[in-house]
Design a binder for this molecule. Sequence first.
Ligand code: ATP
Length: 523
Amino acid sequence: MFLPWLKIGGSGLTAVVLVLTASPKDIKLFTPANVVAITLASYAGLELRKLQKHYEDKEREEDMLAAMKDTQATEQLQYLSSASERKRLNVDADKETERQLKLLQQTAPLFSEVLAVTGQNGAVSRMALGMIQNGESLGNVLLATSEAEMQLEQAKLQAQIHHRQLELQTQQVLKSANTQEVTVTNSIKGVSDVAPQSPKIEGLTKAAKVVGLQTQCLRVDKAPSYERLIFSVKTEDFNSLSKLKAATKLSLGISEKSDLPFYIYAPEQIAVEIPLLPEDRTYYDFPQRQWQSGERLIVLGQSLDGEVVINLASEDTPQLLCVGTTGSGKSNLFRAIAYCLLMQGARVDICGGKVSDYEDFAERFPSISLNDMGKTFEYVGEYFLECDRRNKMTKAELAQESAWLLEIDEYKGTVPLDDNLRKTYDQQLCEVARRGRGLKIHVAIGLQRGSKRSKDDPQALPPDLRDNLPCRIAFRCVDATSGRMILMRRGEAVTSLQGRGDGIVQSGLLDRRFQAYRFETIP
Ligand SMILES: Nc1ncnc2c1ncn2[C@@H]1O[C@H](COP(=O)(O)OP(=O)(O)OP(=O)(O)O)[C@@H](O)[C@H]1O
């Protein structure tokens, strides 16, 4: 900056000197000296103007830089303050979760205990608690709870109707026998209706005495794999019911690990399902029946209320999830399911499990395919594309299509270990289950045990797939966790099942214990 100032100063000074020293008398020098002085002064003026511009630019630049710095600082400040706000919110949320967990831990046993003994909806609340503890979403818990409550109400209503019918029948019998009219109440009369010498009844009565309860056996229903004892219980102390269950298990010699289904049957009546000895059980062979082409019925077996049939065309039972330990009767049921669908004209693809179980099917049914477990991925892909194809059809066109059923037994073994393949497999299978229900495309998935998908168990069933398999069938499982994962209510009951086709089916309002039909040879 020094040089411009030097130039300006030099030229200005020279101009002044020239003006002052040029004498007007010496005209020859005076005029050129003044011209040079004016030129130098103009030059100094121009330089001064340039310098002024330079300083103005510099000042503007500094202003701009200062403004930019200010904006950046404001942005950084905003960012920092929102980051600290987020952190604060996260810390608050963590604290809230921790508080809720603590509360749940403290209240869960109490909650379970209290609800178990407060009578009519103890089982429902226990189920809800079990689901919450298993990480089920609150929405699902509420749905399942309301469903279970509806069922309970229905059961109570049915029981009341049944009881009323019994009263009427007894009155009629007594009238016709010309004897004095008596009413069947929940009194000692009930005991005389059933075999008093039954060790099961004696066991339960003894257990009731031990916990200080008065009970009378009102009825015994014989199911294929268990006996259902209906007892009257009158108590103000509901705590005694859980004690009665524990005492009954002891007196009947039922191990700690097995559940003894014990539930409210009607007001002041409880039902107990006591397993039959293997030699006392009733097995049924798969029956001969007339099939209608185009229907999608699956005939499961026999229950206390008669034959149990599910319809894949129904909203509640389009896709199946079945769990059962080895020997429980899962493969037998899967054979029966394949047979039912084939007899109604469906295409059936068997993947996973023991394909050799279906050798006899291949000769009889051209629309069955038997595949190695490794091929499941390909079949899921084909079903996925078929869903796409059918999705574009009109109702009339869809009606012409035959039903498809993909059976994946031993599901775990079919899940790819490679992360990318597994992602595709999960996504496609879930889509098939979700969209297939309206497109006559069905899946039946079999598991040895129910476990949660996690990093340690990447081949377990993902929750979104499970949610899209609404019809649940459970056979005997060694631990209650599997039951709770699969069944929507009374999951513990799986440990009370006796194996060899003794099962529970649940879907929508359907909740039935049944004995599956034995499927040894194709009928
Ligand atoms: N509904 C049934 N009625 C009578 N017996 C049955 C029934 N289901 C299965 N069984 C018998 O129980 C045994 C085991 O059946 P199944 O093979 O179906 O069990 P699983 O659960 O598939 O076991 P695995 O995984 O070892 O094959 C067989 O001997 C079979 O005959």
